[in-house]
Design a protein around this ligand. Structure first.
Ligand code: THG
Length: 367
């Protein structure tokens, strides 16, 4: 088997050595880094996330730091969600669009002060985008990628572990709120957040030279609750209806098509990038929608759906953008990106390689 490993164009996570020590078996490229995606035991990794606690290297969630007198202005120009009421110390999930209203990222924004923000980004170059927009609009800001690397601690026992490391004050943190902290002199930000619906925290490491230390502190503290390594879980996130930008979206996808319409504020100023396009799209009618899809057979298929065609009565109506065997549903499930005229309950076919599987459209989330 050929190898791909860290090099000058594939940056190393501060937790890389720790994840290798913990038996990582597969990576996926993301923001020019390697994200661990398996430790070789998918059933245990899923079980830990649902019933215990799981530790993830998500340093690929890079931060774009925007500071300066026009920082708040720039962040609002980049986001189609209204940020006028966001408080210092709180995060918010914000769709970002290009001038066509097409989704280009769905970061979590963290407001550190009236002139300091981080965009915690998905897989796309927002550093370059933010700098270009700032320059074109003549804004007084500084933009950089700081030395910050998130680690997620997710699952019903995550709070016990994070409280054991940082103290009981973390129990009072509300959803998406964050605070600076330190452990053994390692500077971090602790936030109640994360890419799962099982609860938990993200610990943003602020000194990349201390990744192994931080990883081992959390691992040690989590032993009483059976902590183990994991990653943004492909099964749980489908069951929970969490969007994967770039996985479930293409170069035409608007926020309306993928259930992010509730985070779009159409009465924002016209200079917010994408907002005039989104108003027009909304008025003309949205073409596609994201629904769930569940296979009729309870047979467990290997592999993942990669934009399999979905047909109804022999006509192509869209794509299955992701899929997994769900232990909770005891069925193959996934997301369907189909024409807006289709309805929950409709019977469809999925063309999977040489096979044709019978399936049904359903509501999201599954759980
Ligand atoms: N955490 C942080 N940064 C991130 C991610 C993260 N950057 C990249 C990627 N993940 C961005 N994508 C998401 C997708 C979903 C959520 C967060 C980031 C999320 N969504 C909730 C939901 O859809 O129910 C809550 C949204 C809300 O109510 O505001 O949490 O995981 N730091």
């Amino acid at each position: 088997m050929a190898e791909i490993g860290p090099n000058t164009r594939l940056r190393v996570s501060p937790f890389y050595n720790a994840t290798v020590q913990d038996g990582v078996t597969a990576f996926s490229p993301y923001n020019a880094m390697l994200m661990p995606v398996s430790y070789g035991n998918p059933d245990a990794e899923y079980d830990r996330l649902l019933n215990g606690v799981s530790q993830w290297d998500v340093s690929v969630e890079r931060q774009v730091e925007i500071t300066g007198p026009d920082a708040a202005r720039l962040v609002q120009l980049l986001s189609v969600r209204d940020l006028s009421t966001i408080e210092v110390g709180k995060g918010k999930y914000i769709p970002m669009c290009d001038h066509r209203g097409v989704l280009i990222n769905d970061p979590v924004v963290l407001k550190h002060g009236s002139h300091t923000f981080w965009l915690s980004i998905g897989d796309n170059n927002i550093l370059m985008w933010a700098r270009a927009i700032a320059a074109e609009r003549g804004l007084n800001v500084a933009i950089c990628e700081p030395d910050v690397s998130p680690m997620a601690v997710q699952g019903p026992k995550a709070e016990e572990v994070v409280a054991a490391v940082f103290g009981d004050w973390v129990r009072a943190l509300r959803y998406f709120w964050f605070a600076p902290a330190e452990i053994s002199g390692i500077p971090v930000i602790v936030q109640r957040s994360g890419y799962s619906k099982q609860g938990g925290f993200e610990i943003y490491l602020r000194d990349g030279s201390r990744g192994t230390e931080l990883w081992n502190i959390v691992k040690e503290a989590g032993q009483p609750w059976g902590i183990g390594p994991g990653n943004p879980n492909p099964i749980e996130r489908i069951e929970s209806g969490l969007l994967s930008y770039g996985g479930d979206t293409d170069d035409q996808t608007t926020p309306f098509e993928v259930r992010l319409g509730k985070y779009v504020d159409l009465d924002l100023d016209d200079d917010v990038i994408g907002i005039t396009a989104l108003r027009r799209i909304k008025a003309e009618g949205v073409r596609r929608q994201q629904l769930g899809i569940v296979f009729d057979t309870s047979e467990r298929h290997p592999g993942h759906a990669i934009w399999y065609d979905i047909e109804k009565d022999g006509q192509k109506i869209g794509h299955m953008t992701c899929g997994a065997w769900s232990p909770r549903a005891q069925a193959m499930i996934g997301f369907a990106l189909v024409g807006a005229e289709h309805r929950v309950g409709e019977a469809v076919d999925v063309k999977r390689g040489g096979y044709r599987d019978k399936a049904r459209l359903c509501a999201l989330p599954f759980f």
